[in-house]
Design a protein around this ligand. Structure first.
Ligand SMILES: *Cc1c(COP(=O)(O)O)cnc(C)c1O
Length: 388
């Protein structure tokens, strides 16, 4: 079965729901049982049985089955946000006294989780340059190391780690490899086939795709790790809301149609920006001038709509002149919805393994599904307003 077909059919069981094409939204806390025998049977099936709202509904299990199918995973757990999915993945392998290796370019709240809550419970996170050679990772591994966490490319600076290489080193030492694969999406980076054991998505982004729900997924490569993430999610009481998980399942059906438009718009915009005198640098993995472009070609089958530009040095007032008058680019966090966004970002304060420095402001751009001509014209007017 090809991916497009999988996206249309994975996880759906119309016959079990009066023929409804989509698995309906089940709002539930209490689940009633017909008999004590039924109740006892449900207790024997703690992972997939429907016995209490928090432990999963048919809406949730259907979405999880679809994501697991598309990612080629043994199983998937969905939860209330991407950050919750990251926490579940890490907590499923960590224990007091453990050490985890984390790429220096990870999503900011991942770093805060590691340095804050995890540290309080006696787990040490050590950061490594995401661009180290795969065998260099061995230098960081101690007898207490249990996991390596990567994000390729990072969502502000877009360095692409050698995921298969790092995974090989990690596996030679018996470690679990966790990847935040939000940029790669389930379609453009087949993370489990590249050595990842737990593939995390902020489904809030492209899977939901319409900027209207918070959702996270973790897909596991094998039964042991699947049990680990399911047990951890249950122990924490994390669960996705029924409407949100429905929106995730619904978004998934059109992911294969939306992503190529985001990809084409982002690349066209990046190529146009690279020609503008007020732009110092465009950072887009699909452009030949990206430092890890060859690695992107090797490992990825596409690029999403998220990239960055470094502008020529301008002050905050001129940056405001650029941003405040934009008609089609919203100013806000998150990405992956149908609409375009800009966000000024400063990664220099969230690095410890290697410094990140730019002369001009770094602007992260999400190319939405608008017409490319309007996106270019709007941005051209913005650059002109800022005198760039
Ligand atoms: C947004 C994001 C997250 C967190 O997802 P939420 O659903 O907002 O919690 C994690 N990783 C990356 C790369 C993200 O962009």
């Amino acid at each position: 079965m090809k991916t497009a077909t999988r996206l249309a059919h994975a996880g759906r069981t119309p016959a079990a729901h009066h023929g409804m094409v989509n698995t309906p939204v089940y709002h539930a806390s209490t689940v009633l049982f017909e008999s004590l025998a039924d109740f006892d049977a449900s207790e024997r099936d703690p992972f997939t049985g429907v016995h209490y709202g928090r432990l999963g509904t048919p809406t949730q299990f259907s979405f999880e089955a679809a994501v697991a199918d598309i990612e080629g995973a043994h199983g998937c757990v969905s939860t209330c946000s991407g950050l919750a999915a990251i926490a579940i993945a890490i907590l499923s392998v960590a224990r007091a006294g453990a050490h985890i290796l984390v790429a220096d370019n990870v999503y900011g709240p991942t770093r805060k989780f590691c340095d804050g809550l995890l540290a309080r419970y006696g787990v040490t996170a050590e950061y490594f340059d995401p661009l180290i050679a795969a065998d260099e990772l061995a230098r960081y591994i101690t007898p207490e190391t249990c996991a390596v966490f990567v994000e390729a490319p990072g969502s502000l600076t877009f360095e692409i780690a050698d995921v298969p290489g790092l995974a090989a080193t990690a596996h030679a030492h018996g470690l679990t490899v966790i990847a935040d694969n939000t940029w790669g999406t389930p379609l453009y980076f087949d993370s489990l086939a590249h050595g990842v054991d737990l593939s995390v998505h902020a489904a809030t982004k492209y899977i939901v795709g319409h900027s209207d729900a918070m959702l996270g997924t973790i897909s596991a490569v094998d039964e042991t790790r699947y049990q680990g993430i399911r047990r951890t999610a249950i122990a924490l009481g994390y669960c996705a809301g029924p409407d949100d998980v429905y929106l995730g399942a619904r978004g998934l059906r059109t992911l294969g149609q939306r992503l190529p438009v985001h990809e084409a718009n982002a690349l066209a915009l990046a190529n146009w920006l690279a020609e503008q005198p007020g732009v110092a640098r465009v950072i887009h993995p699909a452009r030949a001038d990206h430092p890890q472009h060859e690695r992107w070609l090797r490992d990825f089958s596409g690029a999403c709509g998220l990239f960055a530009v470094e502008l020529a040095p301008i002050d905050r007032t001129r940056l405001a002149q650029l941003i405040d008058g934009l008609d089609f680019y919203g100013l806000g966090a998150s990405w992956g919805g149908y609409e375009s966004l800009v966000l000024p970002v400063d990664p220099s304060h969230s690095r410890s393994a290697k410094t990140w420095q730019t002369d001009g402001p770094l602007l992260r751009i999400h190319a939405g599904l608008e017409h490319i001509d309007d996106l270019v014209d709007d941005m051209a007017a913005g650059l002109a307003r800022a005198g760039l």
